[in-house]
Design a protein around this ligand. Structure first.
Ligand SMILES: N[C@@H](CCC(=O)N[C@@H](CS)C(=O)NCC(=O)O)C(=O)O
Length: 231
């Protein structure tokens, strides 16, 4: 492989892969997206990410970078000429990293659970956790955006990507459960942000359509349950 070639081990359904794609799109990096079948992982994936065996994996020449937020950061640092993704101010950067860690460690598990759990009380509690997280993000958005369109200011940044990658799945969970989670009345700024983020060309080109994801999710729920049983 040429030393500067960029490949991304991908899956169209993966919010984590979407993070990497948005970052590469923002920096106008030419890359090859290599789709992975997550139920029959390729040797390339297993060799490239032997620790987690998950997508996304960025292959930049001979270098291998795993974990979506680390990839976003790497892309930001390597292709420094494009728009900055992480905030330039150290405090803003620390704040964005704090909330991105909260999203992955605390909030995302509820998104996953929202697709799997069937028992009524547990499902209600999970949906409530998702909504409470969204209320926190409304507040965080107000502080981080400083009156601008995105968490990152005038252009999308690290936190926009960290949270926005889940919007399509959030809409699927709303549809499956016939509920509104991102409520315009309760979280008006976040609602507007979700619309603006989804409409950005660097996002729109790769964000899965809700209808397609909804159809896919029907089989996917069974697969997730099977995976959970194996663990
Ligand atoms: N923390 C990882 C999460 C990546 C992840 O969960 N990827 C999923 C697809 S959405 C995957 O590859 N799953 C395969 C498996 O769990 O075996 C990241 O941020 O990149």
């Amino acid at each position: 492989m040429a030393s500067n070639e960029v490949k991304l081990l991908s899956s169209w359904i993966s919010p984590f892969v979407l993070r990497a794609k948005i970052a590469l799109n923002m920096k106008r990096v030419d890359f090859e997206s290599i789709p992975e079948d997550l139920s029959a992982k390729s040797d390339l994936l297993l060799r490239s990410n032997p620790v987690h065996k998950k997508v996304p994996v960025l292959i930049h020449g001979q270098r291998i970078i795993c974990e979506s937020l680390i990839i976003v950061q790497y892309v930001d640092e390597v292709w420094a000429s494009g728009p900055g993704i992480l905030p330039s101010d150290p405090y803003d950067r620390a704040t964005a990293r704090f909330w991105a860690a909260y999203i992955d460690e605390k909030w995302y598990p509820n998104i996953r659970a929202g697709l799997v759990i069937e028992e009524a009380e547990a499902k209600k509690a999970t949906l409530e956790e998702i909504t409470q997280g969204l209320a926190l993000f409304e507040d965080t958005f107000t502080k981080c955006s400083k009156g601008k369109k995105f968490f990152g200011g005038d252009t999308i940044g690290y936190l926009d990507i960290a949270l926005g990658c889940f919007l399509a799945w959030l809409r699927v969970i709303e549809r499956i459960n016939n509920v509104i989670l991102l409520d315009e009345a309760k979280t008006p700024r976040l609602f507007r942000w979700a619309h603006d983020f989804s409409a950005e060309p660097d996002v729109k080109s790769d964000m899965p359509e809700t209808d397609k994801l909804f159809e896919y999710s029907k089989g996917f729920m069974l697969k997730l349950k099977a995976l959970d049983k194996k663990k």
